[in-house]
Design a protein around this ligand. Structure first.
Ligand code: FAD
Length: 544
């Protein structure tokens, strides 16, 4: 098997991975930047709203931090919030130097928009609602042009490689030609994005299958707060068509929600249409049930300014379906949007396993708590991407190749002759199951039932001896679904985006993280331990 040796191996070309790769390369390290798709096909590409940063004179770092903490419902780590918010303005300037063109007003100041939870306009955007495309193209071009970065498209990372002491020393991949190969590195950075594909309704592209979290866990890394999955309130809902996000900036600019009878139903809720996403999502869901409709409707007709000019991307998509956004009600419903939990990291991206870093949506840095405030994830990807790249580069200095082994899922008993597992069928069943039983609302009984099915499917799929990416993606989705369900079952309360109808209130005793860790027997995961872990700010200071 070919072995390619680099200083740092980065898996994922989105905002977090590309930024980490650039930072490591600028620090003088040779970087392999791997992606299972084309380098542009990322969640980042689809981001519309923008990047949050306190940039207007009326705003402040303290206000940005306070808003983030409030939306996080008590679970955001204060140190993470303050540290990431503090570096926001610098990250915006650095990205501009790397080629992104932000929208500015005629006086040269940033054209800042406002989203739910933000007390000030502080969302920097590009080309109206094409912020993600601008960021992806700028970072992609910078990475391609950098002499110390080699980009490997269509290179599916199957698993992490560990040395005998458990340290991560590289990755096993399936190359664009379908061959197995090893990329070894002094440090490996997971930047594989989210897992929206766990759900039937999602804003996320097909790449979002939770691979990084599943691989990291198989290598022994702790996973935190995976029960928190954010649902975006407004996906364009036209049966049979792909779900397209209608960004919060549309509501920030005056779009209002109405039911099929034209009744505006968010008016009396604090924050109205700009209440936190979980509040708006559940209000929409309840209104859909009450009116026996498959969606509610976004009304842009009373907006200041021409919606077609303000939101050209959304206008184009809706027009394709015969909807004139300046005049017609736009049918919308909630869908899975953002994986809040992930591989537990410090503020330089270190996971709990030596040699392994994680950043972006696959990581849990502590900023988002129990609910992510809009536009804070691109911010996190930029700020922590930079720090992760530098930290990984430092680690990689002078590291040689080490022996390695793969900690793959334990093989199951072979299936009887003639038994075939249909990957597409199981994948679709899992997405429906998660939508029904681990979605906007859950109960303990629903989660326990989901766990049984997930375990059954996991056993059946393992038997296939996965070699095709689609099978590995399903193995990974099942792994993440298992950890998310275990965490949701343990958290017997409602908080942020985790809403249990059998435990509808927030419990002070649960102002804590959930953490899943694997227990290994003979190199395989024999058990998962789920623990309740106090917030870092509440832990006693060492030596005090
Ligand atoms: P991604 O950008 O998703 O990149 C993941 C990369 O990992 C891809 O290159 C993928 O191919 C690669 N990968 C995955 N698995 C493997 C594997 N096994 N092997 C090799 N490569 C692999 N956030 C905001 O802050 N503001 C917004 O306005 C906003 N709008 C959004 C709109 C939409 C429609 C969506 C879907 C998300 C939005 N978000 C927004 C969220 C934000 O875009 C994401 O959280 C962020 O882009 C994630 O970046 P990332 O670098 O972590 O992952």
């Amino acid at each position: 098997m070919p072995i390619y040796r680099f200083g740092v191996v980065v898996v994922g070309t989105g905002v977090a991975g590309a930024t980490a790769a650039l930072a490591a390369a600028e620090a003088g390290i040779e970087v392999a930047l791997l992606t299972k798709a084309s380098p542009e096909e990322t969640n980042t590409l689809y981001a519309q709203g923008g990047v949050a940063a306190a940039l207007s004179p009326a705003d402040s770092l303290a206000a940005h931090a306070a808003d983030t903490l409030a939306v996080g419902c008590g679970l955001s780590e204060r140190a993470a919030v303050e540290s990431i918010v503090r570096d926001g303005p610098t990250a915006i300037a650095t990205l501009e130097k790397r080629g992104a063109l932000w929208d500015r007003r005629p006086d040269g100041c940033f054209d800042l928009s406002r989203e739910g939870g933000h007390s000030h306009p502080r969302v920097v955007h590009a080309r109206g609602d094409a912020t993600g495309r601008e960021i992806q193209q700028a970072l992609g071009a910078a990475a391609q042009a950098h002499p110390r970065i080699t980009v490997f498209p269509d290179t599916f990372t199957l698993d992490l490689l560990c040395a005998n002491d458990g340290r991560v020393v590289g990755v096993l991949v399936r190359t664009a030609r379908g061959e197995l190969a090893v990329f070894s590195g002094g440090a490996v950075v997971m930047a594989t994005g989210g897992a929206g594909q766990l759900y039937r309704e999602t804003t996320n592209p097909a790449i979002a299958t939770g691979d990084g979290v599943a691989m990291g866990f198989r290598a022994g890394a702790a996973v935190r707060d995976l029960e928190f999955f954010q649902f975006h309130p407004t996906l364009l809902y036209i049966a049979g068509a792909a779900r397209v996000l209608i960004s919060e900036i549309v509501r920030g600019a005056g779009g209002v929600l109405r039911d099929r009878r034209g009744v505006r139903f968010m008016e009396r809720v604090p924050g109205a249409e700009l209440a936190p996403r979980d509040v708006v999502s559940r209000a929409i869901f309840e209104r859909m049930v009450a009116t026996q409709d498959t969606s509610v409707y976004l009304d842009l007709s009373g907006m200041n300014g021409d919606p077609h000019t303000l939101f050209p991307g959304i206008s184009r998509v809706c027009r394709y379906f015969g909807i004139d956004i300046a005049r017609d009600p736009v049918p919308v419903r909630p869908g899975a949007h953002y994986m809040i939990g992930g591989l537990e990291t410090d503020l330089e991206g270190r996971t709990t396993v030596p040699g392994l870093w994680a950043v972006g949506e696959c990581a849990s840095s502590g900023i988002h708590g129990a609910n992510r405030m809009g536009s804070n994830s691109l911010l996190e990807g930029l700020v922590l991407g930079e720090r992760t790249g530098l930290s990984a580069a430092e680690e990689a200095q002078g590291k040689g190749i080490q022996d390695w082994r793969v900690r793959a899922p334990r093989a199951a008993v072979a299936a009887p002759d003639g038994m075939r597992v249909n990957i597409q069928d199981v994948t679709y069943s899992l997405k429906s199951l998660m939508w029904r039983q681990m979605g906007l609302e859950r109960t303990g009984a629903q989660i326990e039932d989901a766990l049984q099915k997930i375990r059954l499917w996991s056993r059946a799929v393992r038997e296939l001896g996965a070699s095709e990416p689609a099978t590995w993606e399903l193995v990974n989705l099942l792994g993440v679904a298992h950890l998310a369900s275990l965490s949701a079952l343990v958290r017997a309360e409602s908080r942020g985006v985790h809403y249990r109808t059998d435990h509808p209130t927030t419990q002070p005793a649960w102002c804590a993280h959930t953490r899943c860790v694997p227990v290994f027997e003979e190199g395989h995961i024999a058990e998962v331990v789920v623990a309740r872990v106090p917030l870092e700010s509440e832990l006693p200071v060492a030596g005090a």
